[in-house]
Design a protein around this ligand. Structure first.
Ligand SMILES: Cc1cc2nc3c(=O)[nH]c(=O)nc-3n(C[C@H](O)[C@H](O)[C@H](O)COP(=O)(O)OP(=O)(O)OC[C@H]3O[C@@H](n4cnc5c(N)ncnc54)[C@H](O)[C@@H]3O)c2cc1C
Length: 218
């Protein structure tokens, strides 16, 4: 009996796990091939640290080829461009690949178009891809250089308010607008200025809360 061809598109969490699991479980019965647009695994939960210089790209990625090759899996660094279900073929930038079983683990794409101005080409940064996280870091550093002209400083001007669009979070049934007054939170670059200013009068907790805290701490 000929070995079944398993083709996996994408080499990150989904693709890597699927390819390794199929290869391990059905070792002698399958040929596993992975096609991935990226030749490195990306631990994307750590993208959050990149804009702030807490991680570098090399800290949160590793090359895919050695991992796959050490498990007898063929790795192709290419982008899949079309899937022909009838002929069971995937077209990629490196050629056409036939398969008996196809695993699609190519991830998701942000749809910035749902809200005007959203996304890297608009007024907001994201960190869901390496490229976007690097871009967000550039924006963060620009903010440090000139915090007074940043959108945040403008939003904190007297009477300013920011608009929150729940639809942007993927819940169209909650689409609508709510005014969020930007008041309490202060980004780090501005904190030292506030510290240097005379202390603002702080709101005192009501007597009941204060009494409860005192009794707990004693
Ligand atoms: C900041 C952040 C924090 C997160 N934190 C958590 C967490 O704490 N817990 C949790 O469970 N999840 C978390 N997630 C979500 C988690 O990272 C994703 O669910 C996971 O990455 C999805 O894995 P995936 O393999 O399906 O897709 P991806 O990781 O997006 O990988 C897709 C792969 O497919 C490749 N590809 C794309 N298009 C093609 C193509 N046409 N041809 C070939 N290859 C292609 C890409 O190059 C990539 O290698 C977080 C995500 C982010 C961004």
């Amino acid at each position: 009996m000929s070995r079944k061809k398993v083709l996996v598109l994408g080499g990150n969490f989904g693709g890597l796990t699927a390819a390794l699991a199929v290869s391990r479980e059905l070792h002698s019965d399958v040929d596993v091939r992975v096609i991935s647009a990226s030749d490195r695994f990306l631990f994307n939960p750590s993208l959050i640290w990149l804009p702030f210089g807490k991680r570098r790209p090399a800290d949160i990625t590793f090359p895919l080829a050695p991992t796959f090759e050490s498990h007898g899996i063929e790795f192709v660094h290419a982008e899949a461009t079309a899937i022909d279900l009838a002929s069971q073929k995937v077209m990629a930038t490196s050629g056409a690949y036939s398969h008996d079983c196809l695993v699609i683990a190519a991830g998701y794409r942000n749809n910035f178009g749902v809200v005007p101005g959203l996304g890297p080409d608009g007024n907001a940064y994201t960190i869901t891809t390496m490229e976007d996280a690097i871009h967000a870091g550039e924006g963060w550093r620009r903010f440090f250089e000139n915090p007074e002209t940043s959108w945040w400083a403008l939003a904190r001007a007297p009477g300013a308010s920011a608009r929150v669009l729940p639809a942007a979070q993927g819940w169209p049934e909650q689409a609508g607008e709510a005014d969020l007054h930007v008041a309490g939170a202060v980004p780090r670059p501005l904190r030292h200025r506030r510290a240097a200013a005379p202390p603002a009068r702080r709101r005192q907790p009501d007597d009941g809360q204060a009494r409860e805290r005192n009794s707990r701490s004693s």
